[in-house]
Write a protein that binds this ligand. Structure first.
Ligand SMILES: Nc1nc2c(c(=O)[nH]1)N[C@H]1C(S)=C(S)[C@@H](COP(=O)(O)OP(=O)(O)OC[C@H]3O[C@@H](n4cnc5c(=O)[nH]c(N)nc54)[C@H](O)[C@@H]3O)O[C@H]1N2
Ligand SMILES: Nc1nc2c(c(=O)[nH]1)N[C@H]1C(S)=C(S)[C@@H](COP(=O)(O)OP(=O)(O)OC[C@H]3O[C@@H](n4cnc5c(=O)[nH]c(N)nc54)[C@H](O)[C@@H]3O)O[C@H]1N2
Ligand SMILES: [Mo]
Length: 740
């Protein structure tokens, strides 16, 4: 598949789509400047979703202008989707930020009065503020933040570390995958959210994972397994594509997974289907869990979850016909107020059956030494992750009393109390990369906090009024086609890039972080400001031949040495840093009960807890944010106008019964309210994708269509500090209007 667009056609398309994100009063578009007309071929990584699947893009350029893109077939991830294929529209979008800008009007003014400044001036102002703020209020008062963009992170980790601030946080510590990862680490002693089924897998468990959130090859692998005769069980609150192809679809009400799993485990125990020998030798706390699940009869489980009693039994019996593998959502089960425990419960299913690291079971893959995307640190040595994990740093953390288990386990601070930190003077300055206030519940409160800071800057592709209007400086970031760092990696394989030069004065994020580091600290800590040198350092650290050799090999994707794969690595000490058999948990075993959680007053077992009750007024539950194939968070709308052709406003999914009761039909406009905010306006799709009682929505639409105002800040999972994005009770009423 490939896509080609002409500059003229592109500009026309964008004008029609009315891209709503330009900076007031700035000429932002510069022509791509090429040197020669020689056609050449480049290689980069797609950054459309969350910088994680790292799908490969091959592009054809003339001079410095990319004319056409296609699948980079030699790359292990080589199928571009609608989002990736439209990224050229983003690269040449006339609303791109191209120059550093500073405000000239006081905060709170309607027009910030942005003027173009040089990088020198921007760096001088920022560095002076960083040093003065640290001097006066201590290092923790300077907050470092990266949004969904994960690629800038390794460099920002390093900047925060050498600047000496533990107030380093990301969208993952606000509310992405780290909540589920916390559950994985509590149960397994390491992150593991599963993988695709192998040739020997007999049953595959899809735990709340959305086909549309995954790279295209994910679905292909599952369909291939199904063709081989592998049985599929899907546990999802909606009737998704993954539910449609399942042999058994278990559809618990949102946030009730801990009860469903308790019911299933009770069946496995009563019918003696579980792996007794494995449980005895390799797990901890089984007896306590066994006693806990006693009350979760199939009937009681049905009452709590909505899953028919018979299906609870059948689901458990089918799962016992393993070996079984699983895949776990990256985030959605952590988006309710019992999120970590619901996720821990789901992850007991492979444990109780002993499918851990067995042939055909749940693999515990090990990449090249130290290379871990799990912390989005790319490489712990580059990111200096060890520094953040030292006791003296942990003792200084701003979140240590608010989310103590999180603070112990995670190297990134939980910033969900950012408004309170600003109010109390704990945070004075903000250094952002890809910062979006609309990630948060009640985003207006976070925007107001930004306005109260002494100084704030962020780097971005575009000017986003909600997030940027109260900054002091906005910096233009180079896009994926224009940067060297970081390289893509797929197990032992490493894909370096051959990019174009940035448009205007854009700079890559790694360079911005390193250049600031050179000023506030020492150039020798920051590779003299050179991102490519930093990547070369990591590649050589991994035993690879280095950047130049890897670039010369393009389009082939090079390799670094990696540990031999192997099964049951826990028997031979490969799962623990000390080399002893077992797992890297406190108990040394897989934990049904976690003393680590108990230490801070959380329940040791992954217990069930009811969700916020619905009321007469707020009689539906809002699942605010499940993924769609053509949308990423708040991006990919006006940035890539092709995608607005698919959907150009907030649409919500409603079950036919719920729509009918309210006199609502497909295509009607409605208003949504919650106890915390609204009204939010949306167009309705009537669909069996959602069960009665549940409304599904996309977050990321702005203005009157911004669903984040419906989410209350105080409803959180106490373990992760994450907001209950998927739990809010809402009302939905028909509006008498036909246009947005
Ligand atoms: N209600 C609800 N809220 C949610 C979620 C949900 O499901 N429901 N999901 C949560 C999850 S899982 C996530 S990951 C977050 C996502 O939350 P965000 O991090 O807010 O994601 P984006 O909307 O992608 O915004 C990121 C910003 O970074 C900019 N950007 C993109 N790439 C780069 C880059 O490489 N460099 C720089 N400098 N800037 C860049 C974009 O232009 C954009 O302005 O939202 C969370 N919030
Ligand atoms: N197209 C696209 N792809 C993306 C993104 C994007 O914005 N767009 N974002 C990327 C990012 S940052 C992330 S974190 C991932 C998210 O990836 P996923 O977590 O896979 O995505 P979601 O669609 O939020 O949720 C998955 C499923 O969980 C179900 N679910 C929700 N709550 C519950 C519950 O309480 N119990 C059960 N059993 N099921 C539940 C939903 O019905 C949904 O089908 O996607 C990444 N990929
Ligand atoms: Mo995410």
């Amino acid at each position: 598949m490939s896509t080609t667009i002409s500059r003229r056609g592109l500009l026309k398309g964008i004008a029609l789509a009315g891209a709503g994100a330009s900076a007031p009063g700035c000429a932002l578009f510069a022509k791509a400047s090429g040197t020669a007309d020689e056609p050449w071929t480049g290689y980069v990584i797609c950054d459309s979703c969350n910088h994680v699947p790292q799908c490969g893009i091959r592009f054809h350029a003339k001079g410095n202008t990319v004319l056409k893109i296609e699948n980079w077939t030699e790359n292990p991830r080589n199928m571009l989707c609608s989002k990736g294929l439209s990224t050229l529209q983003r690269l040449y979008n006339p609303n791109r930020l191209l120059y550093p800008m500073k405000r000239t009007n006081p905060k709170g003014s309607k027009d910030p009065g942005w003027v173009r400044i040089s990088w020198d001036e921007a760096y001088k102002m920022i560095a002076a503020k960083m040093l003065a703020t640290r001097e006066k209020y201590g290092p923790e008062s300077v907050m470092f933040y990266a949004g969904d963009p994960k690629e800038p992170r390794p460099a920002i980790y390093r900047l925060a570390r050498y600047f000496g601030s533990t107030t380093w946080c990301t969208e993952s510590s606000v509310g992405c995958r780290s909540g589920c990862m916390m559950a994985e680490e509590l149960n397994f002693g390491c992150p593991n959210n599963g993988g695709t089924p192998s040739a020997d897998t007999k049953v595959y468990l899809i735990l709340a994972t959305n086909v549309w959130s995954q790279p295209l090859d994910w679905w292909k692998a599952i369909m291939a397994a199904k063709d081989r005769g592998c049985k599929i069980i899907t546990i999802d609150s909606r009737r998704t594509k993954a539910a449609e192809i399942a042999d058994i679809h278990l559809q618990p009400r949102v946030g009730t997974d801990a009860a469903l799993v308790a019911g299933m485990c009770r069946v496995l125990i009563k019918e003696n289907l579980y792996d007794k020998a494995f449980v005895e030798e390799w797990t901890n706390g089984f007896e306590a869990y066994k006693a806990y699940v006693e009350e979760f009869t199939p009937e009681k489980t049905e009452e709590l979850t909505g899953v028919p009693a018979q299906l609870v039994v059948e689901g458990a019996r089918l799962w016992a016909k393993g070996p079984g593998a699983f895949t776990l959502t990256t985030q959605s089960t952590s988006h309710n107020s019992n999120g970590v425990n619901n996720t821990r419960a789901l992850l007991l299913l492979p444990i109780i059956m002993g499918y851990i690291d067995k042939k055909g079971g749940a693999a515990f893959g090990q990449g090249p030494k130290g290379l871990t995307m799990a912390a989005y640190g790319l490489h712990p040595t580059l990111s200096e992750v060890a520094w953040f994990n030292k006791p003296e740093q942990k003792a200084r953390r701003l979140d240590r009393e608010e989310v103590p288990l999180w603070a112990e386990m995670k190297d990134q601070v939980s910033p969900n109390n950012f408004p309170e930190w600003v109010r109390d003077g704990k945070v004075r300055m903000f250094c952002g990369w890809g910062f979006n206030v609309n990630i948060w519940p009640s985003p207006q409160e976070y925007a107001a906090a930004v306005a109260k800071l002494d100084f704030a800057f962020s780097s971005d592709y575009f000017y986003r009024p909600d997030s940027h209007d109260n900054l002091d400086i906005v910096l233009p970031a180079a896009m994926n086609y224009e940067r060297f760092a970081p390289f893509g990696w797929y197990g032992p394989r490493i894909a370096v890039r051959k990019p174009v030069k940035p448009l205007g004065e854009c700079r890559e994020d790694w360079r911005i972080a390193f250049e600031l580091g050179c000023i506030v600290d020492k150039p020798e800590h920051f590779f003299g400001g050179d991102p490519k040198a930093a990547c070369d350092f990591v590649i050589r650290n991994l035993g690879g031949a280095g950047w130049d050799a890897f670039e010369a090999a393009l389009p082939a994707v090079s390799k670094v040495p990696a540990p031999e794969p192997g099964f049951e690595k826990f028997r031979t000490g490969r799962m623990r840093p000390d080399g002893k058999p077992g797992f890297n948990t406190v108990s040394g075993k897989l934990d049904f009960a976690s003393a680590r959680a108990g230490k801070y007053g959380y329940p040791e077992l992954p217990v069930f807890k009811p969700m916020m009750p619905l009321t007469k007024e707020f009689d539906l539950r809002l699942m605010n944010g499940t993924r769609k194939p053509h949308i990423t968070h708040s991006k990919t709308r006006s940035d890539q106008p092709f995608l607005l052709d698919i959907e150009n406003c907030l649409t919500i999914d409603m079950a036919p019964e719920d729509a009918e009761k309210r006199g609502i039909r497909e295509g009607d406009w409605v208003e949504i309210r919650s106890p915390y905010g609204g009204p939010v306006e949306a167009k309705v799709t009537v669909t069996i994708l959602v069960p009665p009682g549940l409304v599904g929505a996309q977050y990321g639409w702005l203005g009157k269509q911004n669903t984040q105002v419906l989410v209350g800040r105080e409803v959180r999972d106490p373990m992760s500090g994450y907001s209950a994005y998927f739990e809010m009770p809402v009302s939905v009423k028909k509006l008498e209007k036909t246009e947005a």
